[in-house]
Design a protein around this ligand. Structure first.
Ligand SMILES: [Fe+2]
Length: 203
């Protein structure tokens, strides 16, 4: 079995605490619980190339450092999540979303970045659970999109979300919500950048 680095394990532990504390509703709590039960065992296959060097996009250089500053969070679980993520971040590869741009703002292309910590192409490559994060510059509307796996979001900033044709809603920092399998969803930032973690359970 692959050994997880101490830094990645610390992040997984912080994410487990925060997601479990903040998940809303029975379906989300079950999904989060099952996800972290699976993550208790590191993936079997080490990635071919050690992930020593990540890559940022310009939007990361513009906004990320302020968004993952642990001192921004009065709540200890969110501060720990930010701190452990910040420690991993230099090894992460950020990229733009591939696929449709339905309903996206014209600021979207240059104004967003995603990275996977765990999942295909992540620091820990596996397919059963994906844990990633999205960064949006101010005034960016992400495309409407959907995917088969169910998903729990954990917001680390202000910003609005919609799913299943709902009105836009704002969970706020530490807010969490659940996307059922296949539901159409999107997010948008206002005058501040948006940062949100997402946890997908495929199995
Ligand atoms: Fe999603």
């Amino acid at each position: 079995m692959q050994n997880r680095s101490a830094a990645l394990q610390a992040f997984v532990d912080a994410a487990e605490t925060a997601f479990k504390e903040r998940a809303q509703g029975e379906e989300s709590r079950r999904s989060v619980s099952r996800s972290f039960s699976a993550l208790a065992a590191p993936a079997d296959k080490p990635r071919a190339t050690p992930a020593n060097e990540g890559s940022r996009l310009p939007v990361c250089d513009a906004h990320l450092d302020q968004m993952i500053d642990p001192t921004r969070f009065p709540d200890a679980d969110l501060a720990a999540l930010a701190e452990t993520f910040r420690a991993l971040e230099p090894a992460l590869s950020w990229s733009k979303r591939k696929g449709t741009t339905a309903a996206a703002s014209d600021t979207f292309d240059q104004g967003h970045a995603n990275t996977l910590i765990i999942g295909p192409g992540g620091l820990e490559r596996r397919t059963d659970v994906w844990l990633g994060v999205s960064l949006l510059a101010p005034d960016v509307r992400y495309p409407d999109h959907d995917h088969p796996p169910e998903e729990t979001y954990l917001c680390m900033s202000r910003g609005e979300f919609t799913h299943g044709g709902s009105d836009w809603f704002e969970p706020g920092p530490g807010g969490s919500f659940y996307n059922s399998p296949g539901i159409l969803h999107a997010m948008r930032s206002g005058s501040e950048p948006l940062l949100a973690f997402w946890l997908l359970l495929t199995a």
